[in-house]
Design a protein around this ligand. Sequence first.
Ligand code: NAD
Length: 491
Amino acid sequence: MRTQLFIDGRWTTPLEGGSFDVLDPATGKVIHRAPAATAVDVDAAVRAARRAFDEGPWPRMKGAQRARYLRAMAASVRRRLEELATLEVLDNGKPLPEARWDIGDVAGCFEYYATLAEELDNHDIEPIALPDPRFVSKAVREPLGVAGAIIPWNFPLLMAAWKVAPALAAGCTMVLKPSELTPLTALELGAIAQEADLPAGVLNIVTGLGPDAGQPLSEHPGVDKLAFTGSVPTGAKIMASAARDIKNISLELGGKSPFLIFEDSDIEKAVEWILFGIFWNQGQVCSATSRVLVQDALHDRLVARLVEEARKIKIAPGMTEGALLGPLISHGQFLKVRAAIDTACTEGAKLLCGGVRPLGLEQGYFMEPAVLVDVPLDSQAWREEIFGPVVCVRRFDTEAQAVALANDSRFGLAAAVMSSDDERTERVASRLRAGIVWINCSQPTFTEAPWGGYKQSGIGRELGRWGLDNYLETKQITRLVDDKPWGWYIK
Ligand code: NAD
C-alpha cells in the first residue's frame, strides 16, 4: 500500500507531512495511513499537469500514440486484476466477485478509450460548408487542457477510470483526487502509469480530505476542467468554485431512481432485478433503483417474494466465499442509513425486514437488507437518497400515475421499467425524465453507452463518445481564400 502521492511521474511525500487513517469496513480497524495532500501538494500537481499540457508531447501526439499508453495501462490492470480486486475489497468492503467485475471494467474502459483515441485521428477535423465562396472553414477538436477529477468511494478505481481514460485519450492531462475513504487502488494507478511509461505530469494523484485537497483542486486557476462524481451538496460547491473562473464542468451526482413494475411482469424476474437494483454494492450505487412502484394486482405477491429473497442474501466480509452483501463503507454511513430507516418509520412507512446489524457480525458496518412499504410520498425515505441497502416500495394503479410518481423527484439519474408489453415499456421509457432508462432490468452498465443525469443528478455525460467529448474543445479555423481586397475601410 502506497504512502506517497504521485506527482510529475514521481512518488512524493506530502509537503506538510500529513497522513490519514484508512479503515477496513468489514472490521472497522485501521489498515493503512494514506498520504494527506494539502493545497501545496495540489498546487505542485496542477503545475506538473500544466507543464505536461503546455510544453510536453501529450496533447500534440497522434491519438494512436496515446492509445498505446492507454492499452499498456489496461494490460497492467488486467495483469494485476486479482491484487487490485483484493485491495478494493479491503478498502471498500464489496464482495470479491463484484470487485473483480469492477477491475475488469476498469481495463475495458482504458481499452475502449484507446480505440476512441485512435479514431480521433480520423475525426478531429470536420470541413464546414460556408455560403460565402471567399472563405473555407473547418472545425477542429482539441484537448481541453488540465482536468481536475474528484471522485467518490463506491466504485473507487472504476470511477477513476471513467475520468482518467477519456481525459488521457483526448490529450488532456489530469490531477485525480480520490475519496479519502478509498484511496488505495487509485494510488496504484500511479504505479500503473509508471509501468506504462506515461510521460511525467500527464496523470497526477493526490489523496486527501475533501476540504484540504478537493477544494484547492476545484479552486485552482491552473485547472481548465472539473469532472466531479459525488453528492449534490459537494457538487454545488464545486460548481460554485468553477463559476469563479468559468471552468468547464461535468457533474455526476446522486439519484433516487424509480423502478416501475407492471402487473404483466414475471414475478421471479421482477424480484431478481429489484434485488440487483438496490442491494448490489450494498445499495451504495448512484443509479440504484431505490423507489419501486408496483402495479396493484401484483403488489402483495411481489412484496412477499421480495422479503423472502432479501432475507436469504448472504451477508459477510467481502472476501468470504458466497458473500453477496458486504459492509457499508463507514460507521458514519451505517448511522446515516439507520437514521433514514427510523425516520421513514416515524413518517408512516412499514419496515418488513432488515435495517439491523446481522447476528454474528458484531464488527464492521454490516446491515441486513431492508424492505420498506407504504412509504409516504412526502417522506424523506421516498424523496432523498439513502445510499444503503434499503428499498422503498409503493403501489400504483394506472400507467399515467406510475409515470407521474416516477418523475416526481428532484433527481433524474436513472429509471427502470418492467412489463411484457414492449410497446408499453418503450412508451414509458420515453416519458421518464432520467438520463438512463433500463427496460426489463436494472443497473447493467456499458462503457459504450452515455451515463449521466437529468435535473439535480448532474450535468453532462460520461462514457461512450460523450465521455470523450467531455475533454475536447471545438475550434473553428476559417481561411480567406479570395485575393480581392476586403474593401470595408480601404476602398
Ligand atoms: P461526496 O460528495 O461526499 O465526496 C465526493 C468527493 O468529493 C470525495 O473525493 C471528497 O473528498 C470530495 N470533496 C468533499 N468535499 C469537497 C469540497 N468542499 N471540495 C472539493 N471536493 C470535496 O460524495 P461520496 O459520499 O464520496 O459519494 C456518494 C455520492 O456520490 C452519492 O450521492 C452518489 O449518488 C454519488 N455518486 C454518483 C455517481 C454518478 O455517476 N452519478 C456515481 C457514484 C456516486
